[in-house]
Every structure is written in C-alpha cells, then in structure tokens.
Design a protein around this ligand. Structure first.
Ligand code: PLP
Length: 381
C-alpha cells in the first residue's frame, strides 16, 4: 500500500467498504444471469432492478430511464453517436464546448469527420461557458448540444439549466457529462433540464468499469453497439451484476451523505488552498473562483513545471497534472489552453482533488510537501 497522500479523487476513488460488501455475494452465490428465468436469474434481475432504482433516486429520475454502461465514456458515446444516428437528415449540426473530456470530444470529432457540422463554444478564463455563446451557436439544423456539468481538470461548473432552457425551446437535445459532479454536488435531471446525462461509477466510490446514461423518455438513440435487447436494447451484453449492484450502493450512499460530502470536501479544499496560498507567493488558481466543484483545486505554481514539482514531492503525494486521468505526456492541457492560460502558467499546473476519505492531516502534509518542493525548485533557478 503506497504511503503517499492521495489527492487525485477526480481521477478515481477507492471503492467504499459498503460497496465492496454489497458486491461480494454477487461474485459468489448470487452469480446468476439476469436474463435467466430460473431463481438464480431472478435474484440477479432483482439486484439489477434495485440498483437501477438507486441510481435513479440519486439523479431524481425514474428507474426505467437509467441505462447501465461500462463507464462514463461509453455512456457519452451512446448519447452522442446514438442521438446522431437516430436523428433526422435535416439536423446535421452539433455543439459542444472547448473543455470537454475526450469521452465527448472524440465522438463529436468522429461525427464531424463523417460530414456533420460541429461548433465548439469557447470558455472564459475561468473555464466557464457563456450561455449567450451557446445561444449564438444554435442553428435551425442543430440536433444535439453536449456541455459537461463540471470540468475534471479545473472543476468549473457549467450553467446547464440555463443552456437547457435554450435547447428545450428549440427542440434540440442536450447531453451533459456529469462524471465529475455526481455525488459531489446536487445532480437532478429535472433541475438541470438535460435530455441525456452520463455517470461514472469510479468517481464516487463504486468500482471501475461501470457507468450509466440517463435518457429522458422519448429520446431516440441508435446504439453504437448492437446485439441482444439488454438495457432496453441500448447496451447489449449480459449485465455486469456485481458492478451494477456496487453502483447502486454508491448512489444510495452518495444521496444519503450529499450535503455532508459537499461540506466536507469544501472545507478540506479550502484548507489546502489557504495553506498553499500562504506558502507559495504567486500561486494562481485555475478555474472558477465560486462555481467550482468542492473537490477540486487546479493551481499554477510560479516558475516551475507541474511535472518537476510532482517529481520533487516524489512518492509522498499522488496528484496529477491537469488531465492525468487520460494523458501520460507533458503537453499543455487543452482545457487550460482553452481558458487562455499561457504555456508557462499551463505547464506549472497541478490538479489536487480531495475526496470523502481525505483528512485534515493529509491536506496539511500535502501542502507542506508541495510548498517545500516548490521552494527547493525555485531556489535552484
Ligand atoms: N468525463 C469526465 C468529465 C471525466 O472526468 C471522466 C474520467 O476520466 C470521464 C468522462 C470518463 O469516465 P470513465 O473512465 O468512466 O469512462
């Protein structure tokens, strides 16, 4: 077990003990296939149905609107490629933002390469999408808008409900990638007003390899993966019962402790911010000062590269460069570039994300390690 402080909860979370316990019987005695009519199958089906209800409750949705997938990437692919391929010929325009995760941006670009027209809406220096820019991007032939609920690198929360008011009035579909926001801040599909919403299990204490897409009733999708009729025909393949049971349990926990979690994360995030702000003159926060996930701090450390800084703290801290959940190369983060950060500031960026298990001691240890590593590197310049 690494001794380092883990401040990379936006990359992934540990599995909650309650989730591990909930899963265990479904790995052993309760191993049935939910499609089987016999008692083993019926027990598995009941577990999947229960989990569907739990995920629906977390989102303020109805169980039949939840489609289980293998991850949030798959959920967003199903939403975007599925909506495009079920769409009508007259609507061949798509809109997204400049700070989307590749789970959204890559299917959007794929459709563009197939002849769809794509508008990428910019963000301001805090990573915020202006509702007026989205409005300007909409056209009579727009089929789908996909704007993330909260950004994985800088935590900025987007005005989804206000964007939904625009798309709804024009009969345009709205998808939102809520992989980072679920169980950290309220995510209610009716308050957000979207038509499609992606969820990632491993960002809120379920296992990796499970996610969900919420689909508003009446939205038609042509699934990219075809086969049998599992998940209303939208995600064929035998259900991953243990992971789905775990997702349901994590959703129940997430809903039960949402207010407490938001307060806990905010307190630790702000403690870390304050400690580093005092110790590192010239430290700059990347992201929105207020409309930001309670888990997330993205800092540019002056005069050093984020990679050198994390190497200097060595194994005492697990944190990431801007987008380390999907990048192993030192390159300027596309998100920071879209926010107008210059290359020096972007190269100095480190993302620190706290989670439910984070303690004050861990935050203080991490702040001390980062501040002294920064001083050492800075003194050498
Ligand atoms: N969307 C966002 C905003 C993310 O942060 C991530 C996580 O890396 C994903 C999508 C992809 O999630 P998954 O790993 O479940 O496919």
């Amino acid at each position: 077990m690494p001794a380092s402080v883990y401040l990379d909860y936006n990359a992934t979370t540990p599995v909650a003990p309650e989730v591990a316990e909930a899963i265990r019987p479904y790995l052993y005695q309760l191993f049935g296939n939910p499609s089987s009519a016999h008692s083993h199958g019926r027990v598995a089906r009941a577990a999947v149905d229960r989990a569907r209800g739990e995920v629906a409750d977390l989102l303020g949705a109805r169980p039949q609107e939840v489609v289980f997938t293998g991850c949030a990437t798959e959920a967003s692919n199903l939403a975007i490629l599925g909506a495009a391929r079920a769409g009508v010929d007259e609507r061949r325009h798509l809109v997204t933002s400049a700070v989307e995760h590749p789970a959204v941006m890559v299917p959007m670009r794929r459709l563009e390469s197939e002849g769809w027209s794509l508008t990428v809406v910019p963000v301001d220096s805090t990573g915020h999408v202006a509702v007026a820019d989205v409005e300007r991007a909409l056209r009579p032939d727009t089929l789908l808008v996909s704007i993330m609920h909260a950004n994985n690198e800088v935590g900025t929360i987007q005005p989804i409900a206000r964007i939904a008011a625009l798309t709804r009035a024009r009969g345009i579909l709205l998808h939102t990638d809520a992989a980072q926001s679920v169980a950290k801040i309220p995510v209610n599909v009716h308050e957000l007003g979207a038509d499609l919403l992606s969820v990632a299990g491993h960002k809120f204490y379920a296992t990796k390899g499970v996610g969900a897409l919420w689909v508003r009733p009446g939205v038609r999708l042509a699934p990219p993966v075809v086969g049998a009729d599992h998940e209303h025909g939208l995600r064929p393949g035998t259900e991953n019962v243990p992971a789905i049971v775990g997702l349901g349990c994590a959703a129940r926990l997430g809903l039960g402790r949402l207010g407490e979690a938001t307060a806990h994360l905010t307190r630790l995030r702000d403690r870390l911010h304050q400690a580093l702000g005092q110790a590192v003159p010239g430290l700059t926060l990347n992201g929105h000062p207020q409309a930001r996930l309670p888990s997330t701090l993205n800092f540019s450390f002056p005069g050093v590269s984020g990679r050198d800084l994390l190497a200097a703290v060595d194994d005492s801290l697990s944190a990431s460069l801007g987008s380390a959940c999907h990048s192993e190369h030192e390159a300027v983060s596309g998100v920071l570039a879209a926010m107008g950060c210059n290359a020096t500031r972007a190269m100095g960026a480190v993302r620190l994300s706290v989670g439910w298990p984070t303690t004050e001691t861990e935050v203080d240890t991490a702040a001390h390690a980062l501040a002294s590593a920064w001083e050492r590197l800075h003194a050498r310049r």
